[in-house]
Design a protein around this ligand. Structure first.
Ligand code: ATP
Ligand code: MG
Length: 355
């Protein structure tokens, strides 16, 4: 029987709450005898900062490198609002993604039949919605140098973030998107802003070339990221696989989340390159953050976290049937009426300060 080493990093806020919900499923999975899962738990984010003075201890990073897959809850919260930028909880997660070279972030936005009423849009616009957002995760403006705030002569400040993409970075994310599309409807939309950004010009050029050379049988459409945001709200079912950069992917996937009913519904996989032995590093986490506004109130929706475990079974362990069964169980639970507050109402998330 195959044996897998899982590292659990519950993190902060509702992270540990949704991780606990996921662990119930993991325990049930262990009992099926499908595979052996060896689990280890560690700290990341604010809780790691409190315990070790760093949001990602070197020992934790090593454990992450040794694991077959990582399951992470969420990091951050108001408690750490005042800490130095380099030490903020999110820096721990960014370092983890960067050190493991987890460049491909897969964010499926699926509208479950029972939740069509909970969507921010009308039922006919979202019923049957199944979009796979492929977000580049280790490049772009979140990592580009220089990245700084300098004080000018008159005492005012100047802030700089730099968007950087190389051919190789765009090529590898394009391959992930087209490979996924080949197993789905065969359609890829690539979102950038080549009209105002040089990185957009290169993005469009490279995606076009990868398509022509390797995936000419698939359909490729280029779309400006702002138009894409509008189209996601206007007619979301036109999209199947949507590939985009780090920043646009962050924003577009939050829009997609609201189409499904709640941020609490969206799982994600962050994948590295496949190595010579056929293995790839991978981290699975809900798209949502630590939701401090509802933390500790037993209100958190664990579906994004449970869905992240399903993605782990599918993409890291090749247990597609088990992943299908788990996704089916989520569908059934929702059809049976299981609801957390964020998906209980109509329209939009009824809880939370920003709802
Ligand atoms: P981050 O910057 O870490 O992505 P964020 O600012 O996007 O964080 P979240 O923490 O994701 O914010 O929360 C956004 C809103 O969605 C909050 O009102 C929160 O309560 C709600 N929310 C997020 N996750 C869940 C969940 N699992 N269940 C219920 N509500 C959630
Ligand atoms: Mg967010």
């Amino acid at each position: 029987m195959a044996s897998y080493k899982l590292l659990l990093l519950p993190g902060d806020g509702i992270g540990p709450e949704v991780a606990a919900g996921m662990q119930v499923v993991l325990e049930a999975l262990k009992e099926t005898g499908l595979a052996t899962f060896e689990t280890e738990t560690d700290l990341v984010g604010g809780c790691a900062l409190d315990a070790h003075g760093s949001p990602l201890a070197d020992a934790t990073l090593q454990r992450a490198k040794d694991a077959d897959a990582i399951l992470l809850g969420a990091v951050g919260g108001p408690k750490w609002a005042g800490v130095a930028y380099e030490n903020r909880p999110e820096a721990g997660l960014l370092r983890l993604r960067k050190e493991l070279d987890l460049f491909a972030n897969l964010r499926p936005a699926i509208c479950y039949p029972a939740l069509a009423e909970a969507s921010a849009l009308k039922r006919e616009l979202v019923e049957g919605l199944d979009i796979m957002i492929v977000r580049e995760l280790t490049g772009g403006v979140y990592f580009g140098e220089p990245k700084e705030i300098t004080v000018l002569e008159d005492g005012s400040k100047r802030a700089v973030d730099t968007q950087v993409y190389t051919t190789a970075e765009i090529e590898r994310i394009a391959h992930v998107a087209f490979d996924l599309a080949g197993k789905r409807s065969g359609r890829v939309a690539s979102a950038e802003k080549h009209n105002v950004m040089k990185s957009g010009v290169l993005w469009k050029e490279v995606v076009t070339k990868v398509h022509a050379e390797h995936y000419a049988d698939l359909q490729l459409e280029h779309i400006l990221a702002d138009n894409c945001a509008m189209q996601l709200v206007r007619r979301p079912k036109q999209f199947d696989v949507l590939v985009t950069d780090n920043l646009f992917g962050d924003v577009l996937s939050d829009i997609a989340a609201m189409l499904t009913g709640s941020l609490g519904m969206l799982p994600s996989a962050s994948l590295g390159a496949v190595d010579a032995g056929g293995l790839r590093r991978a981290l699975y986490e809900p798209v949502h953050g630590s939701a401090p506004d509802i933390a500790g109130q037993d209100k958190a929706n664990p579906i994004a976290m449970i869905g992240s475990l399903a993605m782990c079974l599918r993409y890291s362990f090749g247990l597609g049937d088990a992943a299908d069964a788990l996704d089916g169980a989520i569908t059934d639970a929702l059809s049976g009426g299981a609801r957390t507050a964020d998906i209980a109402g109509e329209g939009t998330n009824p809880i939370g300060t920003r709802a």
